[in-house]
Design a protein around this ligand. Structure first.
Ligand code: ADP
Ligand code: MG
Length: 389
Protein backbone atom coordinates (compact mmCIF):
# COMPACT_ATOMS: atom_id res chain seq x y z
CA UNK A 1 0.00 0.00 0.00
CA UNK A 2 1.27 3.45 -0.81
CA UNK A 3 0.95 6.17 1.80
CA UNK A 4 -1.03 9.28 1.01
CA UNK A 5 2.18 11.23 0.88
CA UNK A 6 3.75 8.92 -1.68
CA UNK A 7 0.63 9.04 -3.79
CA UNK A 8 0.37 12.78 -3.80
CA UNK A 9 4.06 13.27 -4.51
CA UNK A 10 3.55 11.14 -7.59
CA UNK A 11 0.55 13.21 -8.58
CA UNK A 12 2.51 16.41 -8.57
CA UNK A 13 4.86 14.97 -11.15
CA UNK A 14 1.96 13.61 -13.17
CA UNK A 15 0.03 16.80 -13.43
CA UNK A 16 2.77 19.37 -13.42
CA UNK A 17 2.31 20.26 -17.09
CA UNK A 18 0.00 23.25 -17.52
CA UNK A 19 -1.82 21.63 -20.41
CA UNK A 20 -4.82 23.89 -20.45
CA UNK A 21 -2.67 26.38 -22.33
CA UNK A 22 -1.73 26.00 -26.00
CA UNK A 23 1.16 23.64 -26.77
CA UNK A 24 4.24 24.69 -24.85
CA UNK A 25 6.41 23.99 -27.85
CA UNK A 26 5.37 25.20 -31.28
CA UNK A 27 5.43 22.24 -33.66
CA UNK A 28 6.89 21.94 -37.12
CA UNK A 29 4.13 21.02 -39.58
CA UNK A 30 3.90 17.34 -40.40
CA UNK A 31 6.67 16.35 -37.98
CA UNK A 32 6.06 13.25 -35.88
CA UNK A 33 4.63 13.96 -32.43
CA UNK A 34 7.56 12.05 -30.95
CA UNK A 35 10.81 11.08 -32.55
CA UNK A 36 13.68 9.26 -30.90
CA UNK A 37 16.98 9.43 -32.72
CA UNK A 38 19.62 6.99 -31.55
CA UNK A 39 18.49 7.34 -27.96
CA UNK A 40 20.43 5.44 -25.31
CA UNK A 41 20.16 5.58 -21.55
CA UNK A 42 22.67 4.17 -19.13
CA UNK A 43 21.87 4.89 -15.49
CA UNK A 44 24.69 6.10 -13.27
CA UNK A 45 26.55 3.02 -12.05
CA UNK A 46 24.76 0.79 -14.57
CA UNK A 47 27.09 -1.13 -16.88
CA UNK A 48 24.50 -2.04 -19.51
CA UNK A 49 22.23 0.40 -21.29
CA UNK A 50 18.61 0.35 -20.09
CA UNK A 51 17.71 1.66 -23.55
CA UNK A 52 20.10 1.05 -26.40
CA UNK A 53 20.21 3.11 -29.58
CA UNK A 54 16.49 3.46 -30.03
CA UNK A 55 14.95 5.02 -33.13
CA UNK A 56 11.27 5.63 -33.45
CA UNK A 57 8.67 7.94 -34.91
CA UNK A 58 5.19 8.34 -33.53
CA UNK A 59 2.64 10.08 -35.68
CA UNK A 60 -0.20 12.34 -34.67
CA UNK A 61 -3.27 10.46 -33.42
CA UNK A 62 -1.51 7.11 -33.32
CA UNK A 63 -2.14 4.48 -30.69
CA UNK A 64 1.43 3.31 -30.29
CA UNK A 65 2.47 0.58 -27.87
CA UNK A 66 5.78 -0.43 -26.39
CA UNK A 67 5.69 -4.12 -25.56
CA UNK A 68 8.34 -5.97 -23.58
CA UNK A 69 8.92 -8.02 -20.48
CA UNK A 70 9.89 -6.49 -17.16
CA UNK A 71 13.24 -4.67 -17.26
CA UNK A 72 13.32 -4.31 -21.06
CA UNK A 73 13.46 -0.50 -20.88
CA UNK A 74 9.84 0.52 -21.43
CA UNK A 75 9.48 2.88 -18.47
CA UNK A 76 12.89 4.41 -19.12
CA UNK A 77 11.77 5.20 -22.68
CA UNK A 78 8.58 6.86 -21.44
CA UNK A 79 10.46 8.85 -18.81
CA UNK A 80 12.79 10.23 -21.47
CA UNK A 81 9.82 11.26 -23.61
CA UNK A 82 8.18 12.90 -20.59
CA UNK A 83 11.45 14.59 -19.65
CA UNK A 84 11.96 12.96 -16.24
CA UNK A 85 15.15 11.36 -17.54
CA UNK A 86 17.71 12.64 -20.01
CA UNK A 87 19.18 10.32 -22.66
CA UNK A 88 22.90 9.61 -22.30
CA UNK A 89 23.07 9.62 -26.09
CA UNK A 90 20.80 10.67 -28.91
CA UNK A 91 17.86 13.05 -29.11
CA UNK A 92 14.20 13.18 -28.22
CA UNK A 93 12.20 15.40 -30.57
CA UNK A 94 8.67 16.56 -29.80
CA UNK A 95 6.78 17.90 -32.79
CA UNK A 96 10.04 18.06 -34.67
CA UNK A 97 11.84 20.13 -32.06
CA UNK A 98 14.70 18.87 -29.94
CA UNK A 99 13.41 18.56 -26.39
CA UNK A 100 16.84 18.31 -24.76
CA UNK A 101 16.81 20.46 -21.66
CA UNK A 102 13.05 21.10 -21.84
CA UNK A 103 11.67 20.28 -18.37
CA UNK A 104 8.66 17.95 -18.00
CA UNK A 105 6.23 20.74 -17.17
CA UNK A 106 6.98 22.50 -20.45
CA UNK A 107 6.30 19.38 -22.50
CA UNK A 108 2.75 18.94 -23.73
CA UNK A 109 2.79 15.42 -22.36
CA UNK A 110 0.89 13.71 -19.57
CA UNK A 111 1.37 10.32 -17.94
CA UNK A 112 -0.94 7.75 -16.37
CA UNK A 113 0.74 5.22 -14.11
CA UNK A 114 -0.27 1.76 -12.97
CA UNK A 115 -1.27 2.91 -9.49
CA UNK A 116 -3.81 5.65 -10.16
CA UNK A 117 -1.94 8.37 -8.21
CA UNK A 118 -5.07 10.29 -7.28
CA UNK A 119 -5.00 12.80 -4.40
CA UNK A 120 -6.57 10.68 -1.64
CA UNK A 121 -8.08 13.61 0.28
CA UNK A 122 -9.73 15.22 -2.76
CA UNK A 123 -13.09 14.34 -4.20
CA UNK A 124 -13.26 13.00 -7.73
CA UNK A 125 -14.28 16.38 -9.16
CA UNK A 126 -11.37 18.16 -7.44
CA UNK A 127 -8.92 15.52 -8.63
CA UNK A 128 -10.05 15.90 -12.22
CA UNK A 129 -10.17 19.69 -12.01
CA UNK A 130 -6.66 19.92 -10.56
CA UNK A 131 -4.65 20.35 -13.79
CA UNK A 132 -7.02 23.09 -15.00
CA UNK A 133 -6.78 24.89 -11.67
CA UNK A 134 -2.99 24.76 -11.77
CA UNK A 135 -3.08 26.20 -15.27
CA UNK A 136 -5.26 29.10 -14.12
CA UNK A 137 -8.26 28.13 -16.24
CA UNK A 138 -11.24 30.43 -15.50
CA UNK A 139 -13.57 28.94 -12.88
CA UNK A 140 -16.64 29.01 -15.13
CA UNK A 141 -14.83 26.85 -17.65
CA UNK A 142 -13.64 24.22 -15.19
CA UNK A 143 -17.01 22.77 -14.15
CA UNK A 144 -18.30 21.89 -17.61
CA UNK A 145 -14.93 20.44 -18.59
CA UNK A 146 -14.83 18.24 -15.49
CA UNK A 147 -18.34 17.04 -16.31
CA UNK A 148 -17.31 16.31 -19.89
CA UNK A 149 -14.14 14.47 -18.84
CA UNK A 150 -16.03 12.31 -16.36
CA UNK A 151 -18.65 11.53 -18.94
CA UNK A 152 -16.00 10.36 -21.38
CA UNK A 153 -14.86 7.72 -18.90
CA UNK A 154 -18.43 6.87 -17.79
CA UNK A 155 -17.92 8.27 -14.29
CA UNK A 156 -20.76 10.81 -14.21
CA UNK A 157 -22.41 10.71 -10.77
CA UNK A 158 -19.19 9.96 -8.88
CA UNK A 159 -18.12 13.63 -8.52
CA UNK A 160 -18.48 13.77 -4.73
CA UNK A 161 -16.74 10.49 -3.91
CA UNK A 162 -13.27 10.21 -2.44
CA UNK A 163 -10.78 7.87 -4.15
CA UNK A 164 -11.06 5.24 -1.40
CA UNK A 165 -14.81 5.03 -2.10
CA UNK A 166 -14.10 3.82 -5.65
CA UNK A 167 -13.05 0.46 -7.09
CA UNK A 168 -9.66 0.08 -8.76
CA UNK A 169 -11.15 0.35 -12.23
CA UNK A 170 -13.12 3.45 -11.30
CA UNK A 171 -10.05 5.10 -9.82
CA UNK A 172 -8.11 4.38 -12.96
CA UNK A 173 -10.88 5.95 -15.05
CA UNK A 174 -10.75 9.07 -12.89
CA UNK A 175 -6.98 9.15 -13.37
CA UNK A 176 -7.57 8.98 -17.12
CA UNK A 177 -10.10 11.80 -16.99
CA UNK A 178 -7.60 13.90 -15.08
CA UNK A 179 -4.82 13.12 -17.52
CA UNK A 180 -6.98 14.06 -20.51
CA UNK A 181 -8.77 17.11 -19.18
CA UNK A 182 -5.97 19.46 -20.16
CA UNK A 183 -6.08 18.00 -23.70
CA UNK A 184 -2.39 17.14 -23.84
CA UNK A 185 -0.89 16.52 -27.23
CA UNK A 186 0.52 13.23 -26.03
CA UNK A 187 -0.60 10.80 -23.35
CA UNK A 188 1.83 8.25 -21.96
CA UNK A 189 0.31 5.22 -20.25
CA UNK A 190 2.69 3.08 -18.21
CA UNK A 191 1.01 -0.31 -17.64
CA UNK A 192 -2.14 1.55 -16.60
CA UNK A 193 -4.22 -1.60 -16.23
CA UNK A 194 -1.60 -3.65 -14.41
CA UNK A 195 -3.32 -3.38 -11.04
CA UNK A 196 -6.72 -4.50 -12.35
CA UNK A 197 -8.06 -8.02 -12.59
CA UNK A 198 -8.57 -9.67 -15.97
CA UNK A 199 -12.26 -8.89 -16.51
CA UNK A 200 -11.81 -5.26 -15.59
CA UNK A 201 -8.74 -5.01 -17.79
CA UNK A 202 -10.70 -6.15 -20.82
CA UNK A 203 -13.39 -3.61 -20.06
CA UNK A 204 -10.84 -0.82 -19.59
CA UNK A 205 -9.13 -1.71 -22.86
CA UNK A 206 -12.36 -0.92 -24.68
CA UNK A 207 -12.78 2.30 -22.69
CA UNK A 208 -9.25 3.34 -23.60
CA UNK A 209 -9.55 2.50 -27.27
CA UNK A 210 -12.84 4.39 -27.65
CA UNK A 211 -11.47 7.30 -25.69
CA UNK A 212 -8.42 7.56 -27.87
CA UNK A 213 -10.54 7.55 -31.03
CA UNK A 214 -12.86 10.19 -29.64
CA UNK A 215 -10.25 12.63 -28.37
CA UNK A 216 -7.74 11.96 -31.15
CA UNK A 217 -4.80 12.39 -28.77
CA UNK A 218 -1.62 10.45 -29.51
CA UNK A 219 -1.24 7.59 -27.01
CA UNK A 220 1.93 5.74 -26.10
CA UNK A 221 0.88 2.65 -24.22
CA UNK A 222 3.39 0.54 -22.33
CA UNK A 223 2.59 -3.06 -21.50
CA UNK A 224 4.14 -6.47 -20.98
CA UNK A 225 0.92 -8.06 -22.24
CA UNK A 226 1.11 -9.07 -25.90
CA UNK A 227 -2.67 -9.46 -26.15
CA UNK A 228 -3.20 -5.86 -25.06
CA UNK A 229 -0.56 -4.52 -27.40
CA UNK A 230 -1.88 -6.44 -30.41
CA UNK A 231 -5.50 -5.53 -29.75
CA UNK A 232 -4.99 -1.83 -29.10
CA UNK A 233 -2.22 -0.53 -31.27
CA UNK A 234 -1.87 1.01 -34.68
CA UNK A 235 1.82 0.13 -34.41
CA UNK A 236 4.00 -1.27 -31.69
CA UNK A 237 7.64 -1.58 -30.76
CA UNK A 238 8.74 -4.89 -29.24
CA UNK A 239 11.58 -4.30 -26.78
CA UNK A 240 14.04 -6.79 -25.40
CA UNK A 241 16.97 -5.86 -23.17
CA UNK A 242 16.86 -2.20 -24.19
CA UNK A 243 16.67 -2.97 -27.92
CA UNK A 244 13.77 -2.49 -30.25
CA UNK A 245 13.52 -5.91 -31.87
CA UNK A 246 10.75 -4.89 -34.25
CA UNK A 247 8.57 -1.87 -34.92
CA UNK A 248 5.53 -2.54 -37.08
CA UNK A 249 1.76 -3.02 -37.15
CA UNK A 250 0.26 -5.81 -35.01
CA UNK A 251 -0.50 -8.00 -38.04
CA UNK A 252 2.96 -7.57 -39.48
CA UNK A 253 4.58 -8.39 -36.14
CA UNK A 254 2.42 -11.47 -35.82
CA UNK A 255 2.70 -12.68 -39.41
CA UNK A 256 6.26 -11.58 -40.17
CA UNK A 257 8.25 -11.56 -36.92
CA UNK A 258 11.65 -10.01 -37.55
CA UNK A 259 13.59 -11.89 -34.90
CA UNK A 260 13.44 -15.20 -33.10
CA UNK A 261 12.65 -13.27 -29.92
CA UNK A 262 9.57 -11.63 -31.45
CA UNK A 263 8.42 -14.95 -32.93
CA UNK A 264 8.58 -16.57 -29.50
CA UNK A 265 7.36 -13.63 -27.40
CA UNK A 266 4.25 -12.91 -29.46
CA UNK A 267 2.11 -15.99 -29.65
CA UNK A 268 3.76 -19.36 -30.13
CA UNK A 269 6.15 -20.32 -32.83
CA UNK A 270 8.15 -23.27 -34.05
CA UNK A 271 11.72 -22.09 -34.52
CA UNK A 272 13.72 -24.39 -36.76
CA UNK A 273 17.48 -24.05 -37.16
CA UNK A 274 18.03 -24.60 -40.86
CA UNK A 275 20.83 -24.99 -43.39
CA UNK A 276 20.26 -24.15 -47.00
CA UNK A 277 20.98 -27.13 -49.26
CA UNK A 278 20.34 -25.47 -52.64
CA UNK A 279 18.15 -22.64 -53.96
CA UNK A 280 14.92 -22.64 -51.98
CA UNK A 281 15.62 -26.03 -50.37
CA UNK A 282 16.85 -26.46 -46.83
CA UNK A 283 17.24 -28.97 -44.05
CA UNK A 284 16.28 -28.65 -40.37
CA UNK A 285 18.05 -31.58 -38.77
CA UNK A 286 16.58 -34.60 -40.56
CA UNK A 287 13.60 -32.62 -41.93
CA UNK A 288 13.82 -31.46 -45.55
CA UNK A 289 12.10 -28.13 -46.25
CA UNK A 290 10.93 -26.08 -49.20
CA UNK A 291 11.09 -22.32 -48.65
CA UNK A 292 9.11 -19.47 -50.21
CA UNK A 293 12.34 -18.07 -51.65
CA UNK A 294 16.08 -18.64 -51.50
CA UNK A 295 17.18 -17.68 -47.97
CA UNK A 296 20.26 -15.65 -48.91
CA UNK A 297 22.20 -17.20 -46.04
CA UNK A 298 23.52 -20.66 -45.46
CA UNK A 299 22.36 -20.92 -41.84
CA UNK A 300 19.13 -19.35 -40.72
CA UNK A 301 16.18 -19.71 -38.35
CA UNK A 302 12.70 -20.37 -39.66
CA UNK A 303 9.58 -19.43 -37.72
CA UNK A 304 6.34 -21.33 -38.35
CA UNK A 305 3.25 -20.53 -36.31
CA UNK A 306 1.41 -23.66 -35.09
CA UNK A 307 -1.89 -22.33 -36.44
CA UNK A 308 -0.49 -22.12 -39.99
CA UNK A 309 0.34 -25.82 -39.98
CA UNK A 310 -2.29 -27.99 -41.63
CA UNK A 311 -2.92 -31.27 -39.81
CA UNK A 312 -4.36 -34.48 -41.29
CA UNK A 313 -5.18 -35.50 -44.84
CA UNK A 314 -5.63 -31.90 -46.04
CA UNK A 315 -1.88 -31.44 -45.70
CA UNK A 316 -1.09 -33.98 -48.41
CA UNK A 317 -0.81 -31.64 -51.37
CA UNK A 318 1.47 -29.15 -49.59
CA UNK A 319 5.13 -28.72 -50.63
CA UNK A 320 6.15 -29.34 -47.02
CA UNK A 321 4.42 -32.53 -45.96
CA UNK A 322 5.50 -34.90 -43.19
CA UNK A 323 4.48 -38.08 -41.48
CA UNK A 324 5.30 -38.02 -37.81
CA UNK A 325 4.41 -39.35 -34.37
CA UNK A 326 2.44 -37.61 -31.62
CA UNK A 327 4.65 -36.87 -28.62
CA UNK A 328 2.37 -35.01 -26.23
CA UNK A 329 -1.11 -33.53 -26.28
CA UNK A 330 -2.25 -30.44 -24.37
CA UNK A 331 -5.97 -29.86 -23.96
CA UNK A 332 -6.58 -26.09 -24.07
CA UNK A 333 -10.37 -26.09 -23.94
CA UNK A 334 -11.14 -24.59 -27.33
CA UNK A 335 -8.59 -26.83 -29.04
CA UNK A 336 -5.81 -29.33 -28.60
CA UNK A 337 -2.17 -28.57 -29.00
CA UNK A 338 -0.11 -31.47 -30.21
CA UNK A 339 3.67 -31.91 -30.01
CA UNK A 340 4.78 -33.92 -32.99
CA UNK A 341 8.09 -35.70 -33.38
CA UNK A 342 9.31 -35.62 -36.93
CA UNK A 343 12.75 -37.18 -37.31
CA UNK A 344 14.94 -35.31 -34.84
CA UNK A 345 12.67 -32.22 -34.75
CA UNK A 346 9.78 -31.53 -32.40
CA UNK A 347 7.04 -29.14 -33.54
CA UNK A 348 3.84 -27.81 -32.03
CA UNK A 349 0.70 -28.01 -34.18
CA UNK A 350 -2.94 -27.27 -33.46
CA UNK A 351 -5.28 -30.18 -33.90
CA UNK A 352 -8.61 -28.42 -33.38
CA UNK A 353 -11.16 -30.91 -32.09
CA UNK A 354 -9.32 -33.88 -33.61
CA UNK A 355 -8.36 -36.38 -30.90
CA UNK A 356 -4.78 -37.64 -30.85
CA UNK A 357 -2.92 -39.62 -28.22
CA UNK A 358 0.81 -39.94 -27.66
CA UNK A 359 2.27 -42.49 -30.04
CA UNK A 360 -0.39 -41.98 -32.74
CA UNK A 361 0.78 -41.41 -36.30
CA UNK A 362 0.04 -37.88 -37.53
CA UNK A 363 0.57 -36.11 -40.82
CA UNK A 364 0.95 -32.38 -41.23
CA UNK A 365 2.35 -29.77 -43.57
CA UNK A 366 2.58 -26.11 -44.48
CA UNK A 367 2.73 -23.90 -47.46
CA UNK A 368 6.22 -22.34 -47.92
CA UNK A 369 4.86 -18.77 -47.68
CA UNK A 370 3.74 -19.45 -44.10
CA UNK A 371 7.29 -19.87 -42.86
CA UNK A 372 9.29 -16.73 -42.06
CA UNK A 373 13.05 -16.40 -41.83
CA UNK A 374 13.88 -14.57 -38.59
CA UNK A 375 17.07 -12.87 -37.46
CA UNK A 376 18.86 -13.76 -34.28
CA UNK A 377 17.60 -11.81 -31.30
CA UNK A 378 19.19 -8.48 -30.43
CA UNK A 379 21.27 -8.34 -33.57
CA UNK A 380 18.47 -7.16 -35.79
CA UNK A 381 18.91 -3.50 -35.01
CA UNK A 382 22.68 -3.66 -35.14
CA UNK A 383 22.51 -5.24 -38.57
CA UNK A 384 20.13 -2.51 -39.72
CA UNK A 385 22.56 0.09 -38.46
CA UNK A 386 25.55 -1.45 -40.17
CA UNK A 387 23.51 -1.57 -43.38
CA UNK A 388 22.60 2.11 -42.97
CA UNK A 389 26.20 3.12 -42.26
P1 ADP B 1 10.57 -1.85 -17.81
O1 ADP B 1 9.71 -0.64 -17.62
O2 ADP B 1 10.52 -2.39 -19.20
O3 ADP B 1 10.30 -2.89 -16.79
P2 ADP B 1 12.75 -0.12 -16.97
O4 ADP B 1 12.86 0.94 -17.99
O5 ADP B 1 12.08 0.23 -15.70
O6 ADP B 1 12.11 -1.42 -17.62
O7 ADP B 1 14.20 -0.65 -16.61
C1 ADP B 1 15.17 -1.00 -17.59
C2 ADP B 1 16.46 -1.35 -16.88
O8 ADP B 1 16.99 -0.18 -16.24
C3 ADP B 1 16.32 -2.39 -15.79
O9 ADP B 1 17.45 -3.20 -15.83
C4 ADP B 1 16.27 -1.57 -14.53
O10 ADP B 1 16.77 -2.30 -13.44
C5 ADP B 1 17.15 -0.40 -14.87
N1 ADP B 1 16.72 0.83 -14.15
C6 ADP B 1 15.49 1.40 -14.22
N2 ADP B 1 15.44 2.55 -13.49
C7 ADP B 1 16.67 2.69 -12.95
C8 ADP B 1 17.27 3.69 -12.09
N3 ADP B 1 16.59 4.76 -11.66
N4 ADP B 1 18.58 3.50 -11.75
C9 ADP B 1 19.28 2.44 -12.19
N5 ADP B 1 18.77 1.48 -13.00
C10 ADP B 1 17.50 1.60 -13.37
MG1 MG C 1 8.12 -0.31 -16.25
Amino acid sequence: MKTAKEESSQVSSVTSAPQAEPAALPGADGAPVVELRGVSKTYPGGDVAAVDNMDLNIQEGEFFSILGSSGSGKTTTLRMIAGFEQPTKGNVLLDGIDATGVPPYRRDVNTVFQNYALFPHMKVEANVAYPLKMAGTPKGEIKPRVAEALERVSMTGFEKRLPHQLSGGQRQRVALARALIGRPRLLLLDEPLGALDLKLRENMLLVLKHLQREVGITFIYVTHDQGEALAMSDRLAVMNGGYVEQLASPTEIYDRPATSFVAGFIGKSNLLECSCTSGDKAQAGTMPLVLGEAPGEEKFTLSIRPETIVVGEDSRGLPNHYEAVVGDVLFLGHEREVMVDCGDQRLVVRAGQQIYSPGDPIEFGWSPDKAVIVKATGSWQQQQQSQDA
